[in-house]
Design a protein around this ligand. Sequence first.
Ligand code: ADP
Ligand code: MN
Length: 256
Amino acid sequence: ANVLIENDKRVDKDRIRMKDKSDHATTENVLDSRIKKKLHKLFERGVLAEINGCISTGKEANVYYAKSKNQDEIAIKIYRTSILTFKNREKYIRGEYRFDHVYSLHNPRKMVKIWAEKEFSNLKRLEQGGIRAPRPLLYGGHMLLMEFLGSDGWASPKLKDAILTESKSRMLYRECIEIMWKMYNKCRLVHADLSEYNILYHNGSVVVIDVSQAVDRDHCNAIEFLRNDCSNITAFFKKHNVGVMSLQALFDFITD
Ligand code: ADP
Ligand code: MN
């Protein structure tokens, strides 16, 4: 039996039910036939050796735990194709030169493909900018494979769930500021959904995740998104008794 499955007591109709060696992934609902085919190919190519349970079922994506043939741990993110999530995403795609041309309001499946591609390319930018984030491995259809962050099959906690001393909180606050500065100035990106929910506490440091909606600095709403990110981070560390900078000072520091 698998710790990940036993640990997650939530009942979710979309969860993956594992694991059957003869039929690599036995799934319900979320894995449509195209994704199943894609996964099958990855097993055939030896990219994947096993999928071992569900790390997270969210509104917009599910994340699964897998291993490669040489036992590397992998996180597989599979984006939902529902119309609702697709509409939520519009404002992050529109208005940015990288993806505006491929935007297709009438084709959710194409749209979701862009989503995986966008997260992959954003993770690449983070990697090039030297920002701690999962290393992107590959994407295809509406799924993305990346480095798993955790130990012994246990995913690292979200920042919101980490147990922190005050001095540790101060340190992580500084790390978050540095990440936002580097993202903006080195990677030319604004996360656009940065908060204690999309930062993992991994090996004593913060690691950024969930960058599918991150936009280029040139995006028409980039500044609004950045203000919101600054505000989330400030509020979180204020709650943890860190002597934070004013919102304006933080914003100016990043954009100056
Ligand atoms: P969404 O919020 O759209 O569902 P996320 O990318 O935030 O998608 O992933 C959902 C959750 O899955 C995260 O909060 C985290 O707990 C877990 N997760 C995501 N990526 C990884 C990873 N590379 N390693 C370990 N856990 C991950
Ligand atoms: Mn998230």
